[in-house]
Design a binder for this molecule. Structure first.
Ligand code: TRP
Length: 494
């Protein structure tokens, strides 16, 4: 049953590309990329990010697509089929999206709050002087963020529950271009503001003296998050690919489009940051705080319309990504435990909302914070900086040494001399460069957590973040051992 091959698949190359881009482009591009650039010191972070997209992102993405395309089965069995001792990677690929979703939906809720404010004209009309203050008042108000989280969670839950995802997928073909156009409008408006050039310099003129190991790890984690790497989602998309589809080209396209969207978001935000004398290091609130200024500067009517449209698009982009994130655990539970799909969706969405509520409240409730760091930042750090590097590096090693690049040339359609050369380079990178690079960055990053450079000063804080990650890996390894044991028992009975 589990090993059954997929019968459905993508019918067109465009459909495949849009589905992958739709899952890749989301809050990672619009919300987290800009604020991480701000915290990471600007252009140097952007520069490192782009290098990482080329050397790590695209290379690992090709690896994930190709093992999915070869196996044509679900993620856990794809890894299990390569080696029965690597199913834990598949389990992590289910657990991580679940964890990400818990805080992702909180940001979705914030976006709804902002859209509602613009519809009501509150965001622009009242001449908000201190938009940062407004953001803080909202996020620390304890109940309101939970109410908006509930609204967002209901939207996503209902879509998944009633299985209207197909319509959403179609909608994302219009949504992505619309988002692109809307971003361009905001970028142009931002560039006409006084002192906008300072923002562009911040974004594109690197100052490498500010780079530390944790900046590099933050950039790497952001690449994984933004390209949805290391969580099996691309393995699943690969398994729906048709034979004729070109893996290398698709991965490059996704990498380019995803990066362009992130850079546009940066270009929409940083000129305004400098023009209005705001701080680039504002953290998770950056998108909301800065754009409120930009829309206010457009005047009450235009600002209200653009603010509404922009946040509506943010919500839609977050919704498509959330649906994909929720599908991963739902599909796993349905296949493995033979539970009714609706029940599974309801239960998982409920648990996600429960955990999400604590995350949403943690900004205003100090006892929910760890060393004054909110739970959102904590969840984000554990998944992006610790777990994703482990899963992505392991996937590279698995593809590089167990499956072996030379066995994959057929699937990669390396049928001409030039293509063969390109894929030989890919094979070299995925064996020797990419995984080593990831592990080095991970090592440096962990070292900085231990030495306290990453914001946690007490031993308890450091231990908490590292042990949470270790704990997650151990759970998945145990699941791997149990699954192997049960399978061997089944074989004996037969
Ligand atoms: N890449 C998405 C973004 O940038 C977030 C994300 C991470 C995601 N993993 C995913 C989306 C898996 C769908 C499926 O916002």
């Amino acid at each position: 049953m589990i090993n059954k091959k997929h019968s459905k698949g993508f019918t067109s190359k465009f459909g495949f590309l849009m589905a992958t881009v739709g899952s890749a482009v989301g809050l990672g591009n619009l919300w987290s990329f800009p604020y991480k650039v701000g915290e990471g010191g600007g252009a140097a972070f952007v520069f490192i990010y782009i290098i990482m997209v080329c050397l790590v992102g695209v290379i690992a993405m090709i690896g994930e697509f190709v093992i999915g395309k070869r196996s044509q089965v679900n993620v856990i069995d794809t890894y299990g089929g390569i080696s029965k001792w690597f199913k834990w990677l598949g389990y992590l690929g289910v657990l991580v999206p679940f964890m990400i979703l818990c805080y992702y939906q909180v940001i979705g809720g914030w976006s709804i709050k902002y859209m509602v404010d613009y519809i009501g004209g509150i965001g622009v009309a009242s001449g908000v002087q201190n938009v940062g203050g407004m953001f803080d008042t909202f996020t620390t108000s304890v109940t309101m963020p939970v109410v908006y989280l509930l609204v967002f969670a209901l939207i996503v839950g209902i879509i998944v529950l009633f299985g209207v995802n197909k319509g959403i997928e179609k909608a994302s073909k219009i949504l992505m271009p619309a988002l692109f156009v809307c971003l361009i409008v905001v970028v142009i408006k931002g560039l006409t503001l006084p002192n906008a050039v300072a923002g562009l310099e911040f974004l594109f003129k690197p100052d490498f003296t500010k780079v530390t190991g944790s900046t590099v790890l933050s950039a790497l984690g952001q690449v994984f998050f933004s390209m949805s790497l290391g969580m099996g989602i691309n393995v699943a998309y690969g398994s729906y690919m048709k034979d004729s589809m070109n893996i290398g080209k698709s991965a490059v396209m996704v990498g380019v489009l995803d990066t362009v969207m992130a850079l546009l978001a940066g270009m929409a935000i940083f000129p305004a940051v400098f023009s209005f004398g705001l701080k680039p290091t504002a953290g998770p609130g950056l998108l909301f705080v800065v754009l409120a200024e930009v829309f206010a500067s457009m005047g009450p009517v235009a600002g209200r319309i653009f603010g509404t449209i922009f946040f509506m698009l943010v919500i839609l982009a977050a919704t498509t990504s959330s649906i994909a994130l929720l599908e991963v655990p739902v599909q796993f539970v349905v296949e493995r435990f033979h539970i009714n799909r609706k029940l599974a969706s309801l239960c998982i969405a409920g648990i996600v909302f429960g955990i999400g509520s604590f995350i949403a409240m943690s900004f205003g409730v100090p006892s929910l914070q760890v060393e004054s760091v909110d739970l959102l930042t904590l969840f984000d750090s554990i998944t992006n900086k610790l777990i994703l590097p482990i899963t992505a590096a392991s996937t590279c090693l698995l593809v590089g040494y167990k499956v072996k690049p030379k066995n994959l040339y057929d699937d990669l359609q390396a049928d001409t001399k030039n293509k063969l050369i390109i894929y030989k380079i890919w094979g070299f990178l995925i064996r020797y460069i990419t995984p080593v690079g990831i592990l080095c960055v991970l090592g440096i990053g962990i070292n900085e957590v231990i030495t306290g450079a990453a914001g946690f000063e007490t031993l308890a804080g450091k231990l908490m973040i590292i042990l949470s990650a270790v704990f997650m890996v151990i759970i998945c390894v145990i699941a791997n051992v149990v699954a192997n044991y049960m399978e061997s028992k089944k074989m004996q009975i037969k």
